[in-house]
Design a protein around this ligand. Structure first.
Ligand code: NAD
Ligand code: ZN
Length: 462
């Protein structure tokens, strides 16, 4: 039996099927269980839609609380997975396709093939925009791979798993990550590295590793992947090693920002720069990544946190992140590294660069104190950028480092970063300045290009 209904305060799902002989119903290709005594669940942000549907159809809604689209959590917190009825099938869904460099994304109906060996298919619920997406969409300083589905900062739920996947099951709450962790290579076995040999970030690859094919298509023509995540789609296929399983109680509309920018900035300071208590830290670029780096400096007990940005409107925002002083290089006729050296009696103890601009990278290195200063590069550089400094700067016992994803191993470490948010040791709300429905994803690009706000959460179900 198929029921139709009027939607008031929630989006209209594409389909609702109720079979009176079964203990579940299907909404938007996903099965939900009817409540029983043993599956009375914790209320969760996504429960609204389901309980509203129950009210509208005069079914009992009082005991129904779903934790997610296809999993339920008992009062003891045990998650019960329900097999997805779309497993093994091609899913048709909406995706924002970048057809050409710099042209607005187009929301298209795409076909998403089932996950193959060691792959999982995710239902993306929230995604946000990071500056790395902009670089590869503009493709001015990066290689051009089109048509492509961009997006790498997101949160979702496992819809189905491919052959050989044992660590994840349908219903798991997850964060996809642009760099992976196979757990078997020398890097994954090293405590120092997160540069997995198999799954490290590869911005030029537009296909899956298993068979070098794309899982996305329109009328049989492939649409390419981006950094193994492609989250600007209602469904995406990701290698299991690029998926972190997280606490199912974590609100996905908040923790999605941990899947790239915030963990990257935080980890760049806490795991790589490692400032000591009372030290001075310079942060170049006060977007979400830089402000997360500043947050790391505050958590580490730095006493001076100097924020450097060309966009003066960032300074007001940055005050909430523990930045104590501000420098706009445009206000000075001399190089900003000299300005910082004068402010700090010879240089800062640590610096973290989060701009992607080569001049800022060089300044970030040259502004650290000799003898002990450490500079960490985080920004993604132009493909032809060359880092130039006098070797004497290194001989004078300064250290230059760089990092992807703040040195966190996505599968092993990210769940504990989510716990930091759950324990209120880390605030994410202040990074989230805008919210938009998926249909208006191009507005999120405009906001970032104008340097307005920090992170914009894109709601896939709107
Ligand atoms: P963003 O656009 O929100 O912020 C960048 C900020 O840098 C802006 O406020 C801009 O005004 C400022 N800026 C640009 N050029 C500057 C200069 N020469 N001097 C001082 N300030 C300057 O971007 P975001 O999302 O916060 O990302 C920041 C950078 O980090 C990007 O390059 C992005 O690609 C990179 N990134 C790297 C990783 C990684 O793992 N290494 C992960 C995520 C993002
Ligand atoms: Zn990113």
């Amino acid at each position: 039996m198929e029921l139709s209904y009027q939607a008031n305060h929630f989006p209209i799902p594409s389909s609702l099927f109720i079979n009176p002989n079964k203990n579940f119903f299907v909404l938007d290709h996903v099965k939900y269980k009817y409540p029983t005594k043993s599956n009375v669940l914790h209320h969760h942000s996504t429960s609204r839609n389901t309980s509203s549907i129950f009210r509208q159809n005069k079914l009992s809604s009082s005991a129904l609380y779903t934790s997610s689209h296809n999993s339920v959590i008992s009062e003891e917190g045990n998650q019960e997975n329900i097999m997805s009825n779309t497993a093994g099938q091609v899913i048709r869904c909406k995706a924002a396709v970048a057809w050409e460099a710099g042209k607005p994304l187009v929301i298209e109906e795409v076909e998403v093939a089932p996950p193959q060996k060691m792959e999982v298919r995710l239902k993306i619920l929230y995604t946000s925009l990071c500056h790395t997406d902009i670089y590869f969409w503009e493709a001015k300083g990066q290689n051009s791979v089109f048509p492509r589905i961009l997006g790498h900062e997101a949160a979702g739920i496992v819809e189905s798993v491919g052959e050989g996947v044992t660590e994840l099951a349908p219903g798991d709450h997850v964060l996809p990550v642009f760099t992976g962790e196979c757990k078997n290579c020398a890097h994954c076995k090293s405590e120092e590295s997160n540069m997995c040999s198999l799954l490290r970030i590869n911005t030029d690859r537009g296909v899956m590793i298993h068979d070098e094919k794309s899982r996305f298509s329109i009328n049989g023509k492939p649409i390419y992947h981006f950094v193994g995540t492609s989250t600007f789609s209602e469904y995406t296929v990701v290698h299991v090693g690029c998926v972190a399983k997280i606490n199912p109680l974590a609100p996905l509309d908040k923790v999605c920002v941990l899947s790239c920018g915030i963990s990257t900035g935080l980890g760049a300071t806490l795991n790589v720069a490692k400032p000591t208590k009372g030290s001075s830290v310079a942060v170049f670029g006060l977007g979400a990544v830089g402000l997360a780096a500043a947050e790391g400096a505050r958590i580490a007990g730095a006493s001076r946190i100097i924020g450097i940005d060309l966009n003066a409107s960032r300074f007001e925002l940055a005050k909430k992140f523990g930045v104590t002083e501000f420098v706009n290089p445009k206000d000075y006729s001399k190089p900003v590294q000299e300005v910082i050296a004068e402010m700090t009696d010879g240089g800062v103890d640590r610096s973290v660069e989060c701009t992607g601009h080569i001049d800022a990278m060089i300044s970030a290195f040259e502004c650290v104190h000799d003898g002990w200063g450490v500079a960490v590069l985080v920004g993604v550089p132009h493909k032809e950028a060359v880092f130039k400094t006098h070797p004497m700067n290194l001989l004078n016992e300064r250290t230059l480092k760089g990092t992807f994803f703040g040195n966190y191993k996505p599968r092993s470490d990210l769940p504990s970063v989510v716990e930091k948010y759950m324990n209120k040791e880390l605030e994410l709300e202040k990074f989230i300045t805008h919210q938009l429905p998926f249909s208006e994803i191009n507005k999120a690009f405009d906001l970032m290009l104008k340097g307005e706000g920090l992170r914009c959460i894109i709601h896939m179900d709107h």
